[in-house]
Design a protein around this ligand. Structure first.
Ligand code: PMP
Length: 390
């Protein structure tokens, strides 16, 4: 066998399977993809066109354009009072995905344990395994609104625990952590000398609650790599642009891997992103629109009878389907085949995601309305067939 065992052992992302199935069908409503339904704001696209016209088609510094690093530094300072040196503490990456991979590879030795709360974004476990680390899963539950229980977290720490990966606002649950829970987590991080990767890619998409950036908490800046990017807030998924901010020593180590594997992030995307931080009105407009759709879809699911925690961030909702007698994969597959609605089975996001489905509500209101109609009909057919069986 030519393929390394490490790679063979990693299952392909369960999300892809549903897109492949859906791509062969017609009249589909997709609540599957994790991306905004807006095109990138015009000013950013225009800057991209201008960069192309101007011939800005070469590599940039390995670190990324200094001007963009300065803009990110200022942005994090304005939002969270964080102060990062743009020359040594910020690295521009090819999507936040690259920042995640680099930070894990730069930090862990083979056999180090990495605590990952679940349900969680699908990349964390594979990235840890590819770096020869050992993922330790911290389940979260709807009774706690999918927030981390600090006591459970502390029980999972061993002498080999090196890292904690945090993702709030969370994909797939839409949960946001409150300050009190975050402070309790900081105590555990300090007590056991852990390091944290905080994936804050949905930081600007919170609804009626405060978002607290993890490194802004007492003593956490020197123990955290903050990961963020342009994909979600600025509807730039296809531009592949993200960044990491943290202690110079770690950022420099990440930079070492980055310079040999990626050279630099796309130059045109970097030029365009210089416009992004000037577009607060656009960010607000998109957030308000997601919020409207969030409320509509949440209420719609409740009306149908779903047991569902109100999501406070990102653009996902994670209703329970455990009452219908199907696994989350069966539920999603049948919903697709019978009613042509794409949702993602919760099991894709970890074992404790079983019994749930993830729906992205970043679709038009009319699609959401139609999706609810179809889901209602599907659920009614399940209920009918289960009463017939009785
Ligand atoms: N983190 C989370 C939690 C995500 O949901 C995503 C995208 N779905 C990413 C990271 C990766 O984003 P990108 O590489 O486009 O910045």
């Amino acid at each position: 066998m030519r393929i390394s065992k490490r790679v063979r052992d990693i299952p392909p992302s369960g999300i892809r399977k549903f897109f492949d199935l859906a791509s062969r069908m017609e009249d589909i409503i997709s609540l599957g993809v994790g991306e905004p339904d807006f095109p990138t704001p015009w000013h950013i696209r225009e800057a991209g066109i201008y960069a192309l016209e101007n011939g800005s088609t070469t590599y940039t510094s390995n670190w990324g354009l200094l001007e963009l690093r300065e803009a990110i530094s200022e942005h994090l300072n304005n939002l969270y009072g964080l102060s990062y040196d743009p020359e040594r503490e910020i690295l521009i990456t090819t999507g936040s995905s690259e920042a995640l991979d680099l930070s894990i590879r730069a930090l862990i030795e083979p056999g180090d344990e990495v605590i990952i709360h679940q349900p969680s974004y699908v990349s964390y476990v594979p990235c840890v395994l590819l770096a020869n680390g050992i993922p330790k899963i911290l389940p979260t539950f709807p009774e706690d609104e999918f927030k981390i229980d600090p006591n459970r977290l502390e029980k999972l720490v061993t002498d080999n625990t090196k890292l904690l990966i945090l993702n709030y606002p969370n994909n797939p649950t839409g949960a946001v952590l409150d300050k009190e829970t975050l402070l309790q987590i900081t105590h555990i991080v300090e007590k056991y000398d852990l390091f944290v990767i905080s994936d804050e890619i949905y930081d600007r998409l919170v609804y009626g609650v405060e978002f607290v950036s993890f490194p802004s908490l007492p003593n956490m800046k020197e123990r955290t790599i903050l990961i963020n990017g342009f994909s979600k807030t600025y509807a730039m998924t296809g531009w592949r642009l993200g960044y990491a901010a943290g202690p110079a020593e770690v950022i420099e180590a990440m930079m070492k891997i980055h310079q040999y594997t990626m050279l630099c992030a796309p130059s045109i995307a970097q030029k365009s992103a210089l416009e992004a931080f000037k577009l607060e009105d656009e960010v607000k407009r998109m957030r308000d629109s997601y919020d409207q759709r969030r409320r509509f879809f949440y209420n719609g699911l409740k009306d149908i009878g779903f047991d569902v925690v109100e999501p406070k961030g990102a653009f996902y909702i994670f209703p329970s389907i455990s009452g219908f007698g199907l696994s989350s994969e069966e539920f999603a597959e049948r919903l697709l085949r019978e009613e042509r609605v794409v949702v993602i089975p919760g099991s894709v996001f970890g074992e404790c995601g079983e019994g749930f489905i993830r729906c992205t509500y970043a679709s038009s209101l009319s699609d959401l309305k139609e999706a609810l109609r179809r889901i209602k009909r599907f659920v009614a057919s399940l209920e009918k067939s289960s009463t017939l069986k009785k």
